[in-house]
Design a binder for this molecule. Structure first.
Ligand SMILES: Cc1ncc(COP(=O)(O)O)c(C=O)c1O
Length: 487
């Protein structure tokens, strides 16, 4: 039986379902069979959660509502009792039942900007590697081998710092491939860079820090994570040679920063490598002030025309938190990242991580450890590097041919490039034209801190499309950019 607790007009108009007429709201109840009470609870909970029943509103007495819905009074009383226990309703003895006030911190949580549904057929937004390149078979083989040989104890609560097997494998890999100075005890496994950044902010905040420098171009999400974890994000300027250390020595917001987040190997999203004298200048700042440099090495392995630039961390490991992620080399879905934390900070980091209640699952950690140890990770990176290099070359050639007024920058490395549009062009027009050609792409403005706007540009990710769709995706983007005289 489906019943509607409706406003009087609706009830009169439909004359079908029973209705309770003292409220001006609709309450749809599925009162079938033995689930009458559960249905009533769910409908009331939903009405309170969505605001259709506002805080402070009085509910009908259990007797009235039971009569209205032709159900037992106890059923209503039990449902009210349950919702009082859960905090949705409040009961005042002898006075009735009200919708409870929601705690302010729940009601006023900042809303996440609505995720834009991507309707376009071809997705050239940055940040995600090719799903089609995920090594499904090798990953499954590593998972099977790892689980088969794992001790039962692996199925208990995992070590908060991460499984030792994985920390050992990563310390070896990072030393060999990225020049990072790390022992297994410096490695902390986290749920991607996003989680690592949150942990770093909490550690710096617990040490009395208030501000964190973040490159003026980057993911706005990282700024939000910083603020949500108690630190004020302050923009570090970036020019053609990468992040600029200029603001660090003059009085101002940056001078008091307790840490700086940098992308030295491949600035995201502008794409340059941090100039060597600047590396030295940032290290000098850290050693002089005791500030910490968070090295976000999100795609350091992908350098196409010469050897990857090694991690900066080795210059002064005691002043760096090196951060890596499986999001580019494997898949963001794994939510696996790692921090290399100096000895002097590791205990604070672990205490904060443990009390955050967020610990990575053991099975994916075991699998990744096995995947690294067996050489699968290196192989995956070598193959992906070749694939992305080919994709990058196709993008360069197609743009050169079809839209020569567009200048590509940041092409030496990574999974994305910056397509700088002529100054007379509007970024949003270019995005709209691309959409009309079936291509989703982001503009640089979406990655820019306020006050640091540059000329119009698109951030073109060449990771996402499957191989068979890549040429068409790029062809359509080029056609859209060549079409610049159309509104
Ligand atoms: C600059 C930068 N840092 C880090 C990451 C990885 O973030 P996560 O490990 O949270 O997926 C990305 C991925 O897009 C990135 O672009």
């Amino acid at each position: 039986v489906s019943k509607t607790w409706a406003n009087p007009e609706a009830a009169a108009a439909t004359a079908g379902p029973r209705s309770w007429v003292s409220y001006g709201i609709d309450l749809h109840l599925d009162l079938a069979g033995s689930r009458v009470r559960a249905g009533l609870e769910a409908a009331l909970r939903d009405a309170v959660r969505t605001g259709r029943l506002a805080p402070g509103r009085r509910l009908p007495s259990s007797r009235d509502l039971a009569t209205d819905l032709s159900i037992a009074r106890n059923t209503v009383a039990d449902a009210y009792g349950q919702l009082v226990a859960e905090g949705w309703l409040e009961a005042r003895t002898g006075a009735g039942t009200w919708v409870a006030d929601r705690p302010a911190h729940v009601a006023h949580l900042p809303r996440r900007p609505a995720a834009r549904p991507v309707k376009q057929r071809y997705d050239l937004r940055a940040g995600v590697p090719a799903g089609s390149a995920f090594p499904r078979r090798a990953w499954l083989a590593a998972a099977r081998a790892a689980l088969n040989s794992a001790d039962d104890s692996v199925l208990g609560y995992p070590d908060p710092r991460g499984l030792r097997q994985l920390r050992r494998a990563l310390a070896e890999y990072l030393g060999r491939a990225r020049g990072v100075v790390a022992g297994p005890d410096n490695v902390v496994i986290c749920a991607g860079f996003a989680h690592g950044l949150a942990l770093v902010c909490q550690v710096l905040g617990a040490r009395g820090g208030t501000t964190l420098g973040i490159e003026a171009y980057g993911h706005l999400l990282h700024r939000r994570i910083t603020a949500a974890n108690g630190m004020r994000p302050v923009a570090v300027p970036v020019d053609e040679r990468g992040a600029a250390p200029t603001g660090l020595d003059v009085p101002g917001d940056l001078a008091t920063a307790s840490g700086l987040v940098l992308t030295p190997a491949h600035q995201f999203p502008l794409g340059m490598t941090l100039a060597p004298p600047r590396r030295t200048a940032f290290v000098r700042w850290a050693t002089r002030t005791g500030g910490v440099i968070i090295e976000d090495d999100y795609d350091g392995e992908y350098r196409f025309d010469r050897q990857p630039v090694g991690a900066m961390q080795a210059l002064a490991p005691g002043y760096f938190i090196y951060a890596g992620t499986a999001s580019k080399n494997l898949a963001p879905a794994l939510r696996l990242g790692w921090l290399v934390v100096p000895d002097a900070m590791i205990d604070e980091m672990l205490a904060i991580k443990e009390s955050s209640g967020c610990i990575n699952g053991a099975l994916d950690q075991l699998t990744l450890a096995r995947f690294i140890e067996s050489g699968g990770y290196d192989r995956q990176i070598r193959q992906s590097r070749l694939m992305y290099r080919r994709r990058r070359d196709r993008l360069i050639a197609a743009l050169h041919r079809q839209a020569p007024a567009v200048r590509l920058a940041g092409i030496a490395a990574g999974l994305h490039a910056l397509a700088e549009l002529p100054d007379t062009e509007s970024e949003s027009d270019a995005i709209a034209r691309a959409a009309r050609h079936g291509v989703a792409v982001d503009g640089l403005a979406a990655y820019t801190a306020p006050g640091h706007e540059r000329g119009p540009a698109l951030v073109v990710g060449y990771g996402r499309p499957a191989d068979h769709a890549f040429t068409t995706a790029v062809g359509r983007l080029c056609a859209a950019l060549a079409d610049s005289d159309q509104p």
